[in-house]
Design a protein around this ligand. Structure first.
Ligand SMILES: N[C@@H](CCC(=O)N[C@@H](CS)C(=O)NCC(=O)O)C(=O)O
Length: 195
């Protein structure tokens, strides 16, 4: 029923991880961005793409939330206060973590060389540190962002923190280091990364 297109070294890792958490079977095409099998389903050439019985869905956050809703796990139900708080965290992470890391990547190796401004990275690192403080200030005792229950934003956050380590964006908040250690220990994460 499900086919994930996109190398596990990309944001496709989030979708692989989610499917493993949900215990759903899937096929995986580890295609790179802008490859023919990606462009066939997403004219933007971006990964991940999830094929659901052949119908493509793009954008990792939308895909993760779709899967969570469809299988009734890792999410609060739509229309509840908890779901609003969960979505709010998701959007905060997309704005303040994902977008900052993506901007740094664009100015490091994605944009054509003559369009890159590498000096923007020090400003982005400063923003990333500030956003970590803001996130920790709204986190409860855990172990997950929404308390006892793992939800979609936990996977997004853990993936962004791993991305940050690779991009040499320091994780400055001990609570986030501890969160990442816990998330990495999850068998579903390890199965997804084994791909
Ligand atoms: N918001 C999208 C972003 C997708 C995206 O930009 N993916 C990167 C790889 S992680 C990509 O395919 N980049 C190729 C490009 O921008 O040309 C998502 O979360 O899926």
């Amino acid at each position: 029923m499900y086919k994930v297109i996109g190398t596990a070294k990309s944001r496709a890792a989030r979708v692989l991880w989610m499917l493993e958490e949900l215990g759903q079977g899937y096929d995986h095409d580890p295609a790179g961005p802008r490859s023919d099998s990606v462009i066939a389903h997403n004219p933007a050439g971006k990964v991940p793409v999830l094929l659901v019985d052949g119908t493509p869905i793009t954008d990792s956050a939308a895909i993760m939330q779709f899967l969570a809703d469809r299988h009734g796990a890792l999410t609060y139900p739509a229309g509840t206060i908890e779901r609003a708080q969960q979505d709010s965290l998701l959007h905060f992470l997309l704005d303040e973590f994902d977008a900052v890391l993506w901007m740094a990547a664009r100015h490091s190796f994605i944009l054509p060389e003559d369009k890159r401004c590498p000096e923007v990275k020090s400003s982005l690192k400063w923003e990333f540190e500030r956003s970590q403080k803001a996130l920790v200030a709204r986190m409860g005792p855990g172990p997950f962002l929404m308390g006892d229950k793992i939800t979609v934003p936990d996977i997004l956050l853990a993936h962004c923190l791993i991305w940050a380590q690779g991009a040499k964006f320091p994780i400055t908040e001990p609570a986030l280091e501890e969160f990442l250690t816990r998330m990495r220990e999850r068998p579903a994460f390890q199965r997804a990364m084994a791909r």
